[in-house]
Design a protein around this ligand. Structure first.
Ligand SMILES: Nc1ncnc2c1ncn2[C@@H]1O[C@H](COP(=O)(O)OP(=O)(O)OP(=O)(O)O)[C@@H](O)[C@H]1O
Length: 327
């Protein structure tokens, strides 16, 4: 289990930093095919009964959360934001924050992957999560990643990678099956199905990693390279079991040189983090990683697809973001 060194624990009678004056909710009503809206309908009556001062903004389209949060936080004042949605919503909320050190973030997970909540051991039951957010006892200052590509920057909270894992995100985004499976509470199966199909059709590529601007590593048959701020991605794959969002480092995983049959055998072991014992699985830590590839490859940030690129780099923001942690 991850240990956190500089967590802030509040005494139950410490109200100064402990109880925010006002909460701003950013709700993706469409997360997990409408579950977000249904959960909000359970949350709002509790806010009213407890006389909590709050405002709510519903996201209407991709990138809307980032735009809303950018507008809200550009006044330079302190804000307590609560994201209600999936990892994509967390990504956009974090991406939109103007000054990381001036925001406290609570999160109610309603997505199908929920790797951010899983990695930070946040409550998965929405009303339990709400209770923790309204009566916080513990805060965590966490690192936030930056993906840089083609002159653009976009943050990530969980992970950002190039290749196979990003290919799955690209395909899931346009998959009509995802909406159907989400309605049946089987959203994770979308990713499993697409992953199997991608493994069978994918051609491994030649990529070069440059770690901390100095260490160059070439891979001749790489399936993917991903920088992880947290342990889990892809709906529960513990790809970097030692990733710690407080250590000022990114953990990197590369899978290269394996046959497709071996990849198929290895992937289920990644749910427990046992894949790292296999040859062909490479793990590094660094402050910055650059990936270059001879052909353009899919790219993702927290599972949100970004246009295919031949070059991308991942690093960390100098400031940390304060998260309302599990009790
Ligand atoms: N009102 C909306 N209608 C459609 N899409 C939206 C809306 N609001 C936000 N989005 C987009 O939906 C995408 C997915 O959101 P999110 O990750 O929160 O839910 P999810 O896909 O159900 O969960 P997960 O990523 O955990 O599988 C994001 O790209 C987000 O920008």
């Amino acid at each position: 289990m991850q240990t956190f060194t500089d967590e802030i624990r509040l005494d139950s009678d410490t109200n100064t930093a402990g109880c925010p004056d006002e909460y701003t909710f950013i709700v993706n009503p469409n997360s997990r095919s409408g579950l977000g809206y249904r959960i909000w309908n359970q949350v709002e009556p509790i806010l009213k009964v407890r006389a909590i001062k709050y405002s709510v903004h519903f996201t209407k389209y991709r990138q809307h959360a980032a735009k809303l949060v950018q507008e809200l936080t550009s006044d330079g004042k302190y804000h307590t934001l609560v994201a209600l949605g999936g990892d994509g919503t967390i990504n956009e909320v974090v991406d939109g924050i103007r000054f990381l050190s001036k925001v406290t973030l609570g999160y109610i997970p309603t997505g199908s992957s929920n790797d951010f909540a899983r990695s930070l051991h946040l409550p998965t039951e929405p009303l339990q999560g709400l209770d923790n957010i309204l009566s916080p006892t513990r805060y965590l200052p966490v690192n936030i990643g930056i993906l840089t590509y083609n002159g653009k920057k976009r943050r990530f909270a969980v992970s950002s990678g190039m290749g196979f894992d990003a290919g799955i995100c690209h395909e899931a985004m346009v998959s009509p099956v995802k909406a159907l499976l989400n309605r049946l509470h089987l959203g994770k199966l979308t990713y499993v199905g697409i992953a199997l199909r991608q493994i069978l059709t994918l051609t491994p590529q030649c990529i070069t990693l440059t770690l901390d601007d100095s260490r160059k590593i070439n891979f001749k048959r790489a399936y993917f390279a991903t920088a992880m701020n947290l342990k889990f991605e892809g709906g529960g794959f513990k790809f970097c079991p030692n990733a710690n969002c407080q250590d000022g480092l990114l953990d990197v995983i590369v899978i290269s040189g394996l046959s497709k049959l071996k990849i198929l055998a290895l992937l289920p072991t990644a749910y427990k983090g046992w894949h790292t014992r296999f040859s062909g699985v490479y793990i590094y830590t660094c402050k910055k990683m650059e990936i270059t590839s001879s052909i353009s490859l899919p790219l993702h940030t927290d599972g949100e697809p970004v246009l295919k690129q031949t070059r991308a780099s991942m690093s960390l923001e100098p400031e940390k973001l304060r998260i309302i942690a599990a009790p």
